[in-house]
Design a binder for this molecule. Structure first.
Ligand code: NAP
Length: 317
């Protein structure tokens, strides 16, 4: 077996956090290797127009923004592989980072694996996934032209999905488990005032019904317990995200929800392993905050490597 490729810094993840870290690390001459995952670009690849990323007064499409991040990271010498990391070993040094095919070693690692859409875990959901059940309006919305589409959730994601789906659906119904929205005022107002969007409050979706395709939902009113069947051709689930930390269990400190725990900055419990973006951000979860923490992680990596080199020079073997 050939010797593993060694890098001063390996970055796992390629959303705004990972690619900003790559831009900064590459410009610091650290020649980062980025594992972008087989679906590179993170959550912005699944979104439409980004209106709140500074610098784009007229907005920019999410995938276009991520192409630009990537091109900028590559311009300064980042090597980006569109593969998933399957295993890491932070117990030995240099750290080991493995993919299905290869092994790499690294002096430092920046974990920027982000988060993935949450599912409801109700009967019919998995069986009808891709046949009426989806977590991505930009991916699947166009399949439901002139249909009745349901969106579940009350946050910004749900409002964004519902607004986007009005381009296709005859009608869009948002079903939310409480009687008020968590979404920001601007997004909530847009959805509440949209002529094609209706709301059902205090209600849980308990089952997706349909043989080959979703045809109806079983609903439960959470105030009076009443159950009903609601005709719908599609269910888009937009109830938040879970951090992608499966491969770091037992190696990095995680909180009860699975987010990576850091010090007051971007250092994890393992010296030399840093974190950036939604995988540790329980509060803001914005593209701009992810990019900001990616920058911090790369700058801390640079300082850490510098200090280590100085120490090695000062202490002769
Ligand atoms: P979120 O803010 O956590 O909202 C999740 C929504 O889903 C909440 O309304 C929650 O209900 C509901 N929910 C959670 N679990 C549920 C379950 N099992 N069954 C039914 N409903 C459930 O998540 P998000 O909307 O994905 O947004 C995450 C972050 O990204 C936020 O900071 C948001 O501002 C940001 N974001 C911003 C934009 C934008 O600015 N355009 C777009 C997308 C996301 P409760 O309200 O009862 O908790």
């Amino acid at each position: 077996m050939p010797a593993p490729t060694h890098a001063k810094v390996v970055i796992i993840g390629s959303g705004p956090a990972g690619l900003t870290a790559a831009i900064y690390a590459a410009r610091a001459n650290l020649a980062p290797i980025v594992f972008a995952g087989h679906m590179y670009g993170g959550q912005l690849m699944l979104t439409t127009e980004v209106e709140n990323y500074p610098g784009f007064a007229d907005g920019i499409m999410g995938p276009e923004l991520m192409e630009a991040f990537r091109a900028q990271a590559e311009r300064f010498g980042s090597v980006i592989h569109n593969v998933d990391v399957t295993e890491v070993d932070f117990r030995a040094r240099p750290f080991a980072v493995r993919t299905a095919e290869d092994e790499y070693t690294a002096d430092t690692v920046i974990v920027a694996t982000g988060a993935s859409a949450r599912w409801l875990n109700i009967p019919g959901e998995a069986r009808l996934r891709g046949r009426g059940v989806s977590t991505c309006a930009t991916c699947d919305g166009a399949f439901f032209r002139e249909k009745h589409i349901v969106v579940v959730g009350g946050g910004d994601s749900a409002m964004e999905e519902a607004l986007f789906l009005t381009r296709f659906g005859r009608k869009v119904t948002v079903i939310h488990r409480r009687d008020s929205l968590r979404a920001s005022k601007i997004m909530a107002d847009r959805a509440l005032n949209h002529e094609k969007i209706g709301f059902i409050w205090n209600t849980a979706v308990e089952e997706v019904i349909g043989d080959d395709n979703a045809t109806a939902l079983r609903l439960k009113n959470l105030v009076n317990g009443e159950e009903s069947t609601f005709a719908a051709d599609a269910l888009f689930i937009a109830i938040g995200h879970d951090p992608n930390t499966g491969i770091f269990k037992d190696q990095l400190d995680l909180d009860a929800a699975g987010y990576i725990v850091s010090d007051d900055g971007v250092r994890t419990n393992i010296e030399g392993v840093f974190v950036a973006g939604d995988v540790f951000d329980i509060r803001y979860k914005q593209a701009i905050t992810a990019a900001g923490s990616g920058c911090r992680a790369a700058m801390d990596v640079e300082k850490y490597l510098e200090a280590r080199e100085t120490h090695h020079k000062a202490v002769p073997a």
